[in-house]
Ligand binder design. Structure first.
Ligand code: NI
Length: 137
């Protein structure tokens, strides 16, 4: 068990919190704090997994973003141009009026792919970035 408890205050967009609350209600969490603790543990586990991966991999980076947000799609495209040696191809799907899903197929050394993911993740307007690595024999 974790020792000690620290209280933190977090500012969140209202719609993000409403969505979170609706999901945790469906999943039966007794408190918002418990759900947030679980979400943070998952975030840490995912990051640690990403850190452990090494060597050359083939994978798909999925990027969800709001295309109304000024500069977001330009920034995503620029990063792909900078990493042209590891980006094999890109598929862009206009999900609805606001959101785009971009799937970038990458092949290269994990540290470079991680760096690309970190940079995409911090672009304003990007709401979700995931890496799916293909299993190779
Ligand atoms: Ni689009």
């Amino acid at each position: 068990m974790e020792n000690g408890v620290t209280r933190i205050g977090v500012s969140l967009p209202r719609n993000l919190l409403e969505e979170f609350d609706s999901i945790i209600k469906t999943r039966g969490y007794s408190s918002r704090s418990e759900a947030i603790r679980d979400a943070i543990r998952n975030y840490i586990a995912e990051y640690k997994w990403l850190e452990k991966e090494e060597g050359e991999i083939v994978g798909v980076i999925t990027i969800l973003y709001n295309h109304h947000h000024k500069g977001t799609s330009d920034a995503i495209i620029s990063l792909q141009h900078e990493a042209v040696d590891i980006v094999l191809t890109t598929m862009h799907i206009h999900l609805d009026r606001d959101n785009c899903l971009e799937m970038v197929i990458v092949k290269g050394e994990m540290p470079r792919i991680k760096r690309l993911i970190d940079r995409i993740t911090t672009i304003k307007g990007v709401s979700n970035v995931k890496l799916i690595t293909a299993i190779r024999e």
